[in-house]
Structures are given as C-alpha cells and as structure tokens.
Design a protein around this ligand. Structure first.
Ligand code: GBH
Length: 495
C-alpha cells in the first residue's frame, strides 16, 4: 500500500473502532525535552553555572536519588543519536531548550560562547536534514547563577537581561527556527519554587516572591515577543508564545464552584489573562482577592504588584498561539478553619484558603504529584476558549512517568486516552488544536525525582557510559499515531 492509501485505510479502521479518531489535516506531532534534563556537559568548554548546577551540587539531599544533571543523557555529546531516534519515530518537530549559560556564560550578552553557539547550530541543522522542525524553548528553568545572585526573577531588571538573551538566540537561530517558546511554565519558576523551597533557586518565600516573579516573567516574555515581532518576524515569519503548565481544577462540591474559579484564575489566569484577554492585566477577580488578602495580612499595598497602563499594553496580545503543558487534575474545596494548607499549585492555595484533593477514580502514577484524568485536558481547553476566545492551541507537553521497562503498556494507554480527548475537543467542541507534543523523547533528569521517574518514549541506560537509548513499545505506538494520523488501537486492546 502506498502511504496515502495507508492513511485512508487506517482512518477507516479508526472510524470502525470508535468515533472519528482521525486528526485534521496539517496536525503536527512532536516530542519535547529540556537542556538541563538531557544535555550534561554542565561545565563543558566555557559554559557558566546555572541555578540547577548550584542546587544539585550544594543540596544533593533535595534530589530523590541524590543524582544530578552533570552528565544526564549526555546529549551534549550524543545529539546525533537524539536526532536519529526522533527520526525513527517520525516526529514532525522536536522541542528542546537552550541552556542560557551555554550561550552566554556570564548570563549577560557581552560574550557569546562559540562552542555553545555551534552546539545548537549542529542540532538544528541535523534535525532539518531529517525533515524535523526544531522548536526552541528559550528558557526552561536553568537561570545563570550570576543573575540569581542579583535576585533572579524577583529583580525587575531581569526583564532586560532575559530579552537581551532572547535577542542573541533569535539572531543566531531565527533563520531556521520557526516556532518559539519564550519561557516554559511560569508557575514552576514563580510558584512551585518559592512556595516549596525545593526547586532551584531553593529559596522558600511564599508570600511576596511568587507574585513579583509572575509580573517580571510576563514582562520578560512580552519584551522578547516584541523583539521577535519587530526585528525577526518580518524576515522569517515564525510563531512565538510562552508555555503554561495547566492543572485542571474541578470543584469538590457545588459550594466550591466559585473558589475553584478563583484557583483557576490564580494558576491559568495569572499567566494568561495579561497576554490573551482583550483587556489585559491581572484577572480582575484575582486582583481584587489579592488586595483583600494583602490588607488583611497588614500590607499597605497588594502583594500582587499592579501593572501600569504601559505595562498592560506591553504584555497584551504577545502571542501567536496558546501553548499548553498538561498532565494532571485536582479537586478543590474550602479549607477548614486552621487546617494546614499545602503549597500551590499542586496541594493547595494558602492565599485562597483552598485545599486540593484527588478524585478516587483517578489512578496514581510513579510521580507522587501526578494522577491520571484524561477528561481534564478537554475541559481545560474548553475553559481557555470560554475565557480568551477561539484561539489556536498547541499541546506543548503531555506524557506519563513509569518506573522502568520497555513494554510500557500504561504509557501507551495514557497517550491513547489523552489523545482521544484531544480529538473530542477538536471534533465535538470545534477547538483549534493544531499540534501535540509528547513529554518526553527519552528518559532524563526529572528534577527533584532525579532518574527515578521515567517519562521517555525511549529508555536511557544511565549506568552505561554510552547512555544507550532503547525504543519502548510506546515509541512504536506513537510512530503509528503519526504514520496513520489517527489514534490506532493499542497493541494491548485485544488482550
Ligand atoms: C513539566 O512540568 C516540565 O516542563 C518538564 O521539565 C518536566 O520534566 C515534566 O513536566 C514532568 O514533570 O517531584 O515534588 O519536585 C510539569 C510540572 C514539574 C510538576 C515538576 C511536578 C516536580 C514536583 N511538574 N514537579 S516534585
């Protein structure tokens, strides 16, 4: 059978075993990774130190298996093998991030590293040779330590430091890279880090920092977007936005509906309303709530720093699509008086007096924070459209962690079930979802979980100096999804 017949035939088969399980024409599939999680070469050539280098070296006890990303998948040396496996799966695109300190060893743009520059040049060119589009995340959490010493994301000057770095990256790669993510998951940078103290820069300060950081991250994203828009779009016509980590929150009981909306505004709205809404600025309900909370706590002003009129206009509209990373869901209920409230965004929201729980029907995974609820992805998309209109979506991360093994039935079923929900969003709800990204291409350094949580389509042997990559059953299933442009039966469906 030639390819188009094969596609038509499998589309027909797909119809036969469920509703329409074919993706619209032009829908793109890819896989993602991040520099600190795969590259290794932490001090290769003139690379500078990042906040993750610092955290793992000074606080090994913060990492589950006391490991670090010094070598990780050694993609700094084995990038050709990465391209090979991306090509074996047949990916349309590969999303990876740039290590800020590999390009700019001091964090500032006074000196661009030749070796750093060439590393990503080779990767980009190698991908393009295989027909795989490179998608770059400019920042995936590995801040230069030198900038952290100056306050990092809570120093308003970071808006310029980041946009200078972004301009350097555009100047090096925008001729070949057409899809860009400025900043990955502001909520991890601003909330999970400062609220737990267990995420780089390992600073526990949940009262002020998350909100100051949120404002600076949004301004930094906006400035970088405008640099691309004004200086690079006219020549290269690419697309750029930020990627948000969205947990789907459901009310536990009917009485929790309003509180749940406020929780959604705190996670999704805080990082989306300023960019995607018609009026711009903070979500009004959250802004009002935070003024009240701040007053009650005795502050003279809101801990959620207001935007000026100019800042609202700077940030508003700085997107070309909505990039959504999605994994898990939570139930929301009001905290009991004097109940201990866990940290935002995974366990609760102290400033909102909200406690998060798990629905008993959601199965647990090997990551303690991750419960499986496929419907969450469709509901999240519906909520986004209700809030921000009929925008174009791109799922920039979704995937499952397991402990080990090549016959990863759970991961296949995860992709099957979540992708079916994405199809329902497209076919039943009329949502414009145009791309899907599997997290992740191969097992890698899963932050505080070290190498214990494995999210890869390929298994990596971390005890071998060759860091051997081996194909899992899920990689073959994902390849079948791409080849047939549909959600095929899982090889386990008939068992
Ligand atoms: C994404 O974040 C990231 O973009 C990606 O780098 C990451 O590998 C992937 O998800 C899977 O986690 O173990 O208590 O320290 C999604 C948000 C980030 C939530 C890591 C859980 C670890 C919590 N996740 N976080 S903990």
């Amino acid at each position: 059978m030639n390819l188009s017949w094969q596609v038509a035939f499998s589309a027909l088969m797909a119809c036969a075993w469920g509703s329409d399980l074919t993706f619209p024409p032009g829908f793109k599939f890819g896989a993602a990774s991040a520099a600190y999680q795969i590259e290794g070469g932490w001090n290769a050539s003139d690379k500078g130190e990042s906040i993750w280098d610092r955290l793992v070296h000074e606080n090994p006890e913060m990492i589950g298996d006391r490991s670090n990303g010094d070598v990780a998948c050694d993609s700094y040396h084995l990038w050709q093998r990465d391209i090979e496996i991306a090509s074996e799966i047949g990916l349309h695109f590969y999303r990876f991030s740039i290590a800020w300190t590999r390009i700019l060893p001091t964090g500032f743009s006074d000196k661009i590293s030749e070796d750093g520059k060439n590393y990503y040049n080779r990767l980009i060119d190698g991908l393009l040779e295989k027909g795989i589009n490179p998608v770059i995340s400019i920042y995936h959490w590995d801040l230069p330590q030198q900038l952290q010493d100056l306050g990092g994301w809570v120093n308003p000057l970071i808006v310029d430091w980041f946009s200078d770095y972004a301009r350097v990256v555009f100047s090096l790669y925008a001729d070949r890279v057409k899809t860009w993510i400025t900043i990955n998951e502001p909520t991890m940078i601003c909330d999970e880090s400062y609220n737990t103290g267990f995420f780089a820069p390992a600073i526990l300060e949940p009262h002020i920092s998350p909100y100051v950081c949120a404002k600076n991250v949004l301004l930094a994203h906006a400035k970088a977007w405008r640099i691309y828009d004004e200086e690079y779009r006219p020549k290269y016509n690419g697309e750029i936005t930020l990627a948000n980590h969205l947990i789907w929150y459901e009310p536990l009981g009917e009485e929790d509906f309003e509180l749940t909306e406020l929780v959604r505004q705190n996670l999704v709205g805080r990082y989306s309303h300023p960019v995607y809404s018609k009026e711009g600025g903070w979500p009004p309900s959250l802004e009002k709530h935070m003024e009240e909370v701040s007053r009650r706590k005795g502050f003279q002003r809101s801990v959620l720093p207001p935007f000026t009129r100019e800042e609202i206009d700077l940030v508003k509209g700085t997107f070309d699509f909505y990039a959504m990373n999605h994994y898990t869901s939570r139930l929301v209920r009001k905290a009991e008086p004097s109940e201990h409230i866990g940290s935002f965004p995974l366990n609760g929201a102290p400033d909102l007096e909200a406690v998060f729980e798990k629905d008993p029907s959601w199965s647990i995974t090997t990551s303690h924070w991750f419960y499986i609820n496929p419907e969450g992805i469709r509901r999240q998309l519906a909520w986004l459209r209700k809030e921000y209109g009929d925008i174009k979506f791109w799922i920039t991360e979704n995937g499952l962690s397991t402990t080990s093994g090549l016959e990863d039935r759970e991961r296949i079923e995860f992709y099957r079930d979540y992708l079916k929900e994405v199809l329902l969003a497209i076919n039943e709800d009329g949502q414009k979802v145009t791309g899907y990204t599997a997290w992740t291409l191969m097992d890698n350094f899963e932050w505080n979980d070290g190498y214990n949580s494995k999210f890869g389509l390929y298994e990596v042997n971390f005890t071998s100096p060759m860091r051997t990559r081996r194909q899992r059953a899920s990689a073959r299933y994902y390849k079948q999804i791409i080849d047939t442009h549909s959600v095929p039966k899982s090889p386990y469906d008939d068992l």
